[in-house]
Design a protein around this ligand. Structure first.
Ligand code: SAM
Ligand code: SF4
Length: 364
């Protein structure tokens, strides 16, 4: 079937997705153009910001791809104080970012849970709760997720990393701390509680196939998530998965594969929020712009105090590690305008898909 016909389909089937994932050259560009048209028609040319606060690199897990995994003894561990985290949020507010995203290595001890609760309560006091809050703090019990929701978080990002159980256990240890079914249960718990729930995968992992990636996209659709974050896998030299670095696609192919995943998902789920992940920009200086032009609509400028950023290297050569927040601010604005987009300041930038789905259930 001609590509033009597949791109016009109401509902993409797995075979269609695999065909689209294998596009190259001008056919691939046609896919990106279609995804951009769909995004502009449904969500306009606005880009939403989430000021990223990398709260801590202390983690109880040892995911085989991640530079801050607990088994990596080369990492200098840090945790932002409560005051430092709240200061970052205040800066986000001053810069007009509208929302923050708090990300961290996974911890499930009482001290951590309480600290997050207090940080949330304090951020909610800034200008009468004007900042939206996304959390990305890994797997927690339903009770903890509920507690943080009640304290003011309303979005949660927990990537499934791969929806294929076999591949999941090739990129994670197979033990009680890294359990595929528990991860699925966590995503379900977040959805049940009423979070705008985000998930996602890394793209271009060793052992990835187009069949698996197509299933990932169908998984997001089946779960009806409100947000998705997908970025290229970047091998970290101090991680076990680095031994398979020779098996992964080239930088260019990983970038294009990521863009195709974003573009296809925009066709499948036209009104969700999709992040142009920092990993895109790390492997390609124009990666963030390319992701926006392929259908993404969210950017996460880094607000972590500069002295900690070198220690949150989940992958090497992370983009923007030395940028100061105000430099980042004007750089982003110019970059988005240059590609015909506009940053929407002082807005939460909620997922339109979620808002429509839950109309009447939650006060705004
Ligand atoms: N600890 C939380 C979790 O795992 O959900 C949040 C922080 S974790 C560092 C955020 C994301 O970084 C993960 O979901 C993973 O997809 C991504 N990541 C980790 N190592 C990576 C790598 N080597 N290449 C690309 N992305 C990576
Ligand atoms: Fe920890 Fe998240 Fe890295 Fe896994 S991906 S080791 S949970 S920080």
């Amino acid at each position: 079937m001609p590509i033009e016909e597949i791109l016009e389909k109401e509902c993409l089937q797995k075979d269609d997705i695999i065909t689209l994932l294998s596009l190259q050259g001008k056919d691939m560009k046609l896919l990106f153009k279609k995804a951009l048209d769909v995004k502009l028609a449904r969500l306009d040319h606005y880009v939403h910001l989430r000021g990223l606060i990398e709260l801590s690199n202390i983690c109880r897990k040892s995911c085989l791809y991640c530079g801050v995994r607990s088994n990596n003894s080369k990492v200098e561990r840090y945790t932002l104080s409560e005051d430092e985290a709240v200061e970052c949020a205040k800066l986000a507010h001053e810069l007009g970012y509208g929302s923050v995203a708090i990300q961290s290595g996974e911890r499930n001890d009482r001290e951590f849970i309480d600290k997050i609760t207090r940080i949330l309560q304090r951020i909610k006091q800034i200008d009468n709760g004007s900042l939206g809050i996304t959390l990305s703090l890994g797997e927690q019990t339903e009770e903890v997720y509920r507690r943080w929701f009640e304290a003011g978080a309303h979005r949660y990002l927990l990537r499934i990393e791969s929806s294929n159980e076999e591949l999941y256990y090739k990129i994670h240890p197979h033990d009680e701390r890294h359990d595929f079914h528990r991860r699925l249960d966590c995503i379900d718990a977040l959805l049940n509680i009423g979070y705008q729930t985000g998930t996602g995968v890394m793209v271009g992992l060793p052992f990835h196939t187009l069949d698996i990636l197509a299933d990932d996209l169908l998984f997001f659709k089946e779960k009806e998530v409100a947000m998705v974050g997908m970025g290229p896998f970047i091998p970290h030299p101090d991680t076990p998965l680095n031994q398979y670095a020779g098996l992964i696609p080239s930088v260019e192919d990983r970038m294009n594969l990521t863009l195709k995943m974003i573009a296809i998902l925009r066709l499948m789920m036209p009104e969700i929020n999709m992040v142009a992940a920092t990993a895109n920009q790390t492997i390609d200086p124009m990666g963030r712009e390319k992701a926006i032009l392929a259908g993404a609509n969210v950017i996460m400028p880094n607000l972590t105090p500069n002295q900690y950023r070198e220690d949150y290297l989940i992958y090497p050569d992370k983009a923007c590690v030395s940028d100061k927040p105000d430099e980042c601010f004007s750089c982003l604005d110019i970059r988005m305008k240059a590609i015909g987009h506009e940053i929407l300041y002082n807005a939460w930038g909620d997922s339109v898909a979620f808002t429509k789905q839950h109309k009447g259930e939650h006060p705004a």
